[in-house]
Design a binder for this molecule. Structure first.
Ligand code: FES
Ligand code: CO
Length: 327
């Protein structure tokens, strides 16, 4: 399935208000706006009349008005008024290009091409767990391809270096054996363990933290952390983090993290600050990687047995025929 037929996150749902919002997905300029029913509309950011950017227009009486000649478009994209010709009834062909649009996980999701079966959103089971608080961090605009960012998220061998003192220690860099399996949509890795000095906001002491990773979509990934049975870790360490990436261009991305944590006390800013610290440790290394597109040719980069999850991810991209952001 080509990437244009999958759902991708494009904006925080809360950022789509009364004014049209310009965003980009897979190099396509889009305009988001909220109709009178409160539903988000996602259209090509181009007026069918003379090509002006609809995102420069305004929302009036439940219609999006083009900034150039004031043509008005209703939800779904049909043109309902041409002000220069008040008596004119625009035909159905005078319409803006509208795309599939949903709100979920605090984000607006867009599917550019809606023919065929709906593939569904990326997996994030913690969403339905009332015992976990959800919040989003981001967006982060990153000069790296979406696949490089996913691979970084799935990579445990960098913890002891990039996140030294936080998610890893230089003195304990070894990766223990873990299980990775290919799944129809991506991969599942379980039993991933890391010795973490400060695995989250509340960590009082270092602990062996067990992870699982799941990938169901090319540019998203899910991490679930559980303390090892019998460790002294307290229950509130259980957490899930969704990595949701909007591929802007093949070499630039907009990134959100959705946190699902058992901590209902800490203020949002504190939770976001921890995630911010970790990601801003990753960002310069990610942006330094060359080539920016992830090479799928197995000979293009050297691999070690500790790269099992990354290799499964590359196989998944190959299996799914992903082209955007890969070499
Ligand atoms: Fe949009 Fe003319 S270009 S109304
Ligand atoms: Co990292």
């Amino acid at each position: 399935m080509m990437e244009t037929r999958l759902w991708h996150p494009v904006a925080l749902a809360a950022s789509v208000g009364a004014a049209p919002l310009a965003v980009t997905l897979l190099e396509q300029p889009l305009v988001l706006w909220r109709d009178a029913a409160g539903r988000v509309q996602a259209w090509a950011d181009r007026c069918p009349h003379r090509g002006a950017r609809l995102s420069l227009g305004r929302v009036q009486d439940g219609h999006l008005e083009c900034p150039y000649h004031g043509w008005q478009f209703e939800p779904g994209g049909r043109c309902v008024a041409v002000p220069a010709l008040p008596a004119f009834q625009p035909p159905a062909t005078h319409c803006a290009t509208s795309h599939g649009c949903r709100e979920a996980h605090g984000l607006v999701w867009v599917r550019l091409v809606c023919d065929g079966e709906d593939p569904g959103l990326p997996a994030f089971p913690a969403e339905d767990d009332a015992g976990l608080r959800k919040m989003n961090c981001g967006p982060y605009d990153v000069a790296a391809s979406a696949p490089r960012i996913v691979e970084n998220f799935l990579d445990m061998a960098h913890f002891s270096f990039v996140h030294e003192g936080w998610l890893g220690l230089r003195a304990r860099p070894e990766i223990e054996p873990h299980a990775v399996q290919d799944t129809p949509r991506g991969l599942l890795a379980t039993g991933c363990k890391a010795w973490q000095p400060r695995s989250n906001l509340h960590a009082m002491a270092a602990a062996l933290v067990e992870y699982s990773y799941e990938v169901t979509d090319p540019y998203c990934a899910l991490l679930t952390k559980v303390p090892e049975a019998g460790s002294t870790a307290v229950a509130h360490w259980r957490e899930s983090i969704g990595l949701f990436i909007c591929p802007l261009t093949p070499e630039t991305s907009r990134v959100w993290f959705r946190l699902a944590v058992a901590d209902f006390e800490s203020p949002d800013e504190k939770l976001a600050a921890f995630q911010h610290t970790i990601f801003t440790q990753d960002q310069p290394v990610l942006e330094s990687q060359s080539p920016k597109r992830l090479p799928l040719d197995p000979q293009a980069e050297r691999h070690a047995a500790s790269d099992k999850v990354s290799m499964a991810y590359r196989r998944a991209l190959q299996r799914r025929g992903v082209r955007f952001g890969v070499l």
